[in-house]
Design a protein around this ligand. Structure first.
Ligand code: PMP
Length: 366
């Protein structure tokens, strides 16, 4: 359906790209130490700040989303620092693992899969922790379709501690509001292949004044992900290392388009398509994994009927309808399926995916 005979790719990233973006990605290379790059970086930096509602520093790093998360950790945390990890799924666990890999002393606060983090439990945990250097957590848990109550969580963390807020917003940023300055978020990590209508390859981070203070004291060894390198080179309109230019072209285009459309409109559009997806799933008689109020606006996780073999279901949807759905991860494997609806997505893409799911379930007797 998308791009001629290509499958309808409905996983929660990488997202399908419209033809104009595909063309842009195939356009000629430029000198990354020349004036065109400096102009492009300047516009991209300003537009990314607009999307994040921040005056903080923002950087583009050639890496995937995990690289952005690692950037958050290595620049602010030192070995032995107390860190609170709040996890509601696979990606929350990954953030904890990165903090642990760099020697942080991590306290875990995990919530059941399909549930959101409870701000009052976060408050209690912080009260019991003493000196907490940073809190690491996921905004939008792509593995369960849960959007954590970000503003409330930030408020509680700010009230109860001086901890830095390090946020994995890989699958929410660009599709859901993140008011970095108003909510006091120190580092936001995101990546190009999600709501930014671009291929994988570029990580983006925001970095606050408090994060810079922590950077000055951080003893963690770092080189490629040292934000100081990105900052020093930004001043001369360059990247420290050769960037993934085709992806930069696509993000530049998306950022311009998002700012022109108005970020509130972009977020409202994601909300509307998410509601359409949730309504469609319910009208097939299916149940969502998360509670409605915590359901994500970029990815919907839907429970499979118990008698359905999840692996076979995904394979049939692909074979019979040319629709690629996301499966469950870890303990949710075979129990749920996921529909991505971030970036460039039309109602017809979702309707086709839902119809494919519904017809396949009927054939399979679900
Ligand atoms: N966090 C979240 C919430 C994600 O959805 C993903 C990617 N699915 C990641 C982190 C990791 O990003 P990447 O695969 O680009 O390293």
């Amino acid at each position: 359906m998308t791009n001629g005979k290509q499958p309808n790719l409905r996983i929660p990233g990488p997202v399908p790209l419209p033809d104009d973006v595909l063309q842009l990605v195939g356009s000629q290379m430029i000198n990354h130490r020349g004036p065109e790059y400096a102009d492009m970086l300047d516009r991209m930096t300003a537009n990314l700040r607009t999307v994040f509602m921040t005056t903080n520093d923002v950087y583009f790093i050639t890496a995937s989303g995990t690289g952005a998360m690692e950037t958050a950790v290595v620049n602010t945390i030192s070995p032995g620092d107390q860190v609170l990890s709040i996890s509601v799924g696979v990606f929350g666990d990954r953030f904890r693992e990165i903090a642990e890999a760099y020697g942080a002393n991590v306290t875990n606060l995990d919530f059941e899969l399909g549930h959101a983090a409870d701000p009052e439990k976060v408050r209690e945990t912080l009260k019991g922790m003493g000196d907490c250097k940073a809190v690491v957590f996921t905004h939008n848990e792509s593995s369960t379709g849960v959007a954590n109550p970000l503003e409330e969580l930030c408020k509680v963390i700010r009230e109860e501690s001086d901890a830095l807020i390090l946020l994995d917003a890989v699958s929410s940023a660009g599709g859901m509001p993140i008011a970095v300055d108003a909510w006091g978020i120190d580092v936001v990590a995101t990546a190009s292949q999600k709501s930014w209508v671009a291929p994988p390859g570029i990580a983006m981070v925001t970095f606050s004044k408090r994060a810079w203070d922590a950077h000055a004291k951080s003893t963690t060894p770092k080189y490629y992900y040292d934000v100081q390198q990105y900052e020093d080179y930004l001043k001369i309109g360059q990247p420290p290392f050769t960037p993934c230019l085709p992806v930069m072209y696509a993000i530049e285009n998306s950022l311009e388009a998002m700012v022109a459309e108005g970020i509130e409109t972009v977020f409202a559009r994601h909300h509307a398509i998410a509601e359409h997806t949730r309504d469609g799933a319910r009208s097939l008689g299916l149940e969502l994994l998360p509670e409605e109020r915590f359901a994500s606006n970029t990815v919907t996780a839907i429970k499979l009927p118990e008698d359905i073999d999840g692996k076979e279901f995904l394979a049939r949807v692909r074979r019979d309808f040319n629709v690629i759905l996301g499966g469950g991860q870890k303990s949710l494997t075979g129990k749920i399926f996921r529909i991505g609806h971030m970036g460039w997505v039309e109602t017809a893409h979702i309707d086709e995916a839902l119809e494919a799911a519904g017809r396949t379930l009927r054939v399979m007797g679900g």
